[in-house]
Design a protein around this ligand. Structure first.
Ligand SMILES: Cc1cc2nc3c(=O)[nH]c(=O)nc-3n(C[C@H](O)[C@H](O)[C@H](O)COP(=O)(O)OP(=O)(O)OC[C@H]3O[C@@H](n4cnc5c(N)ncnc54)[C@H](O)[C@@H]3O)c2cc1C
Length: 407
């Protein structure tokens, strides 16, 4: 049998293409034993499907890919996705920061809706079938070889996601398939991942978080990136939204600077307020003063110890050198030796199929008619907050619409 469509990969992007394509013979191939495995893990098992607010708020959430995002998101935006789920009977809830979840906070409820829609659309599903190769056999047909079988289809959707670290090795099947079909893959790197710092002096404060810290990335003393958001201290370094959202830009030959007080204060300003305090109330302990600026007791203690300053020093007793040292540590903590958390802990892959090789109106490859690429397999990665799952659904829908227009 020749299928109208074979979808390779049963994550949100592939499933959504299969649900929304109105063709008759659709086959969905998934390497794992069940569909939507990553989706069930997402959002700590609660599944943050999208972000509420205006669709324009999505601009700027995908690094430097705004040009593409604007064209994609207006075709199937967050409201359309939320309507899809509520129309299917799944109640949703929106958190204060705009993240949208199923009201039950159970990711499998999202997966269940998708499975029942696949059934409604009579999609043939084969799990435990890993696709090994996709080849163009004639102008209008593809052969798809799995570990079990060989199939043929008029159209193929590559929805294999990003790099997957499993059982000690990195799986990049989708990227290899696309390379074999003469497509360019932008080097995949882990994104939405934590920062591991060598000689991490705050390791004992793992779990402490700070609101609105700022992080800057520097290369050859030039500012490359600036971000602000909540920061989490971990055993090995730092995490939290400000780190996760910047992680696509971490490279070894760069420096990362953290301002624990955020952009509102810089080291000069901090020095100034310490001088002012020493004049107004010199007896105040520096630790107490720093607490008043919002730095917790434990953190203050760690900063003073790291700066080799007596922990009970009074503001009037601080000389210029000590003042400069503590202000620099708090407002410009510089990290030169670090690694990113890697694919083992990354939530998403940055890199993937070069976007200039895909028609953004259709998600069809510009080189191979009938070949579509959707979801994380594309060189398009978003911030935390539901932006990645939204883009998986958006690109899946755009591919389905184009396939429908061909029927
Ligand atoms: C722990 C974690 C938490 C996350 N939380 C969130 C969140 O809350 N919100 C958010 O927006 N994003 C989140 N993400 C990211 C989000 O899950 C992904 O962006 C999204 O799942 C991508 O969808 P996809 O369909 O492109 O790929 P995937 O969901 O990765 O699906 C690809 C599928 O293809 C299959 N496959 C791969 N190779 C083959 C092959 N050769 N043959 C057959 N099948 C194959 C895989 O087994 C997989 O099932 C999270 C990710 C992780 C890891």
């Amino acid at each position: 049998m020749i299928y109208d469509l074979i979808v390779v990969g049963g994550g949100p992007s592939g499933i959504f293409t299969a649900i929304n394509f109105k063709g008759k013979k659709i086959l969905l191939l998934e390497a794992e034993s069940k569909l939507g495995k990553k989706l069930s893990l997402s959002g700590a098992g609660q599944c943050n499907i999208t972000n509420d607010g205006d669709s324009k708020d999505f601009h700027g959430k995908y690094g430097d890919k705004d040009k593409f995002v604007k064209r994609l998101i207006r075709r199937f935006d967050n409201k359309s996705l939320m309507n899809f789920f509520t129309d299917a009977g799944l109640e949703l809830t929106t958190k204060e920061d705009g993240r949208v979840f199923p009201k039950s906070l159970i990711s499998n409820d999202v997966v269940s809706v998708l499975l029942s829609k696949l059934e409604d659309n009579k999609v043939e599903i084969k799990c435990n079938e890993r696709v090994e190769a996709v080849r163009k056999i004639e102008d209008n047909f593809y052969s798809v070889k799995t570990n079990e079988n060989k199939y043929q289809a008029a159209n193929v959707v590559i929805a294999t996601g990003g790099c997957l670290f499993a059982k000690g090795s990195l799986k990049v099947d989708g990227f290899n398939m696309l390379k074999d079909l003469e497509h360019t893959i932008i080097e995949p790197v882990p994104a939405l991942t934590s920062l591991h710092v060598n000689n991490h002096f705050l390791h004992s404060l793992s779990g402490v978080s700070l609101e609105n810290a700022s992080l800057t990335i520097w290369k050859n003393e030039k500012l490359v990136k600036r971000a602000e958001g909540d920061l989490l201290i971990t055993h090995k370094g730092f995490s939290g939204p400000v780190v996760l959202n910047s992680s696509r830009y971490f490279h070894n030959n760069e420096q990362i600077k953290i301002n624990f007080l955020g952009e509102k204060t810089n080291k000069n300003k901090l020095e100034e307020v310490i001088i002012r305090e020493s004049k107004i109330s010199g007896k105040t302990k520096l630790a107490t003063f720093l607490n008043r600026l919002g730095i917790s007791k434990n953190l203050t203690y760690a900063f003073l110890t790291e700066s080799i300053i007596e922990t009970d020093i009074r503001c009037s007793e601080i000389d210029k050198a000590k003042r400069k040292k503590i202000a620099k540590l708090i407002c410009e903590y510089t990290i030169s030796s670090f690694t990113s958390g890697g694919f083992e802990v990354a939530m998403i892959t940055a890199g993937g199929l070069a976007l200039d090789q895909v028609n953004m109106k259709t998600m069809e490859s510009k080189q191979a008619k009938g070949l579509y690429i959707v979801g994380e397999a594309l060189d398009l990665d978003g911030d935390t907050g539901g932006y990645n799952i939204q883009m998986a659904f958006t690109t899946g829908m755009i591919a389905a619409e184009d396939l429908n227009s061909k029927m």
